[in-house]
Ligand binder design. Sequence first.
Ligand code: HEM
Length: 210
Amino acid sequence: MSADGKDSAVLGRATHAETEAVTHLTERVSERLAAGSRLAQLSLRSSARTKRAAVVLGRLLALAFVVCFLTGLYSHLLQDPLPGMRFATTPSWLYQVTQGVHITVGLALLPLLLAKLWTVYPVLFRWPAITSWRDVVERGLIAVLVSSALLEPVIGLINTFQWYPWPFSFRRVHYGLAWLIIGGIALHVAFKLPIIVRHWRSGHDDEDPV
Ligand code: HEM
């Protein structure tokens, strides 16, 4: 064999050994993470963290977000009507009522959101976190939904104090986030539909942990 041939054989063996070492390392890291995930899921297990609770809280959240979305849209269109749009100017108290509902339900969103996240957050420690393209889309969506759903009522609350500690237009961001959340909820419900249908009514599966 020529000197060149020997060199490439040695190089080939070295590359193969390195690949095996890296594979072995990633397998061990993944096993550790899976064991940690199982431990986290077990230690966070609680009789209150059930799929039925996720559905009940989810339903209330969806209702509250839809009420806020519709009352917010009404307020937005009153201020920026679409071409040709006309609104009745009476009764004058109508806007007080829709804004009152918007703010009251919007404030109730915060404890509801925290309760929902407390119920389901052990699911986020599942390992492997992603096993398919469906998981990539679903989990990406969850990241967008959770962050926008938390941000929306918080900036709304700060707005009630007429305090604007940010460089962006409150109205434009609040309006944009509202569409993001409504779209996000619709897709989240579509992804979780089998679980939602199974636990819509209370029954013998009520104790199923998340
Ligand atoms: C702003 C609204 C919502 C937020 C922020 C939210 C957040 C979450 C999060 C973080 C998870 C765990 C993620 C995962 O499975 O990977 C989850 C799971 C779930 N959500 Fe929601 N959710 C919302 C609305 C809803 C609605 C409207 C429903 C149904 C009526 C719902 C039903 C469920 C169900 C059934 C699960 C699965 C629990 C399990 O896997 O055991 N969620 N949600």
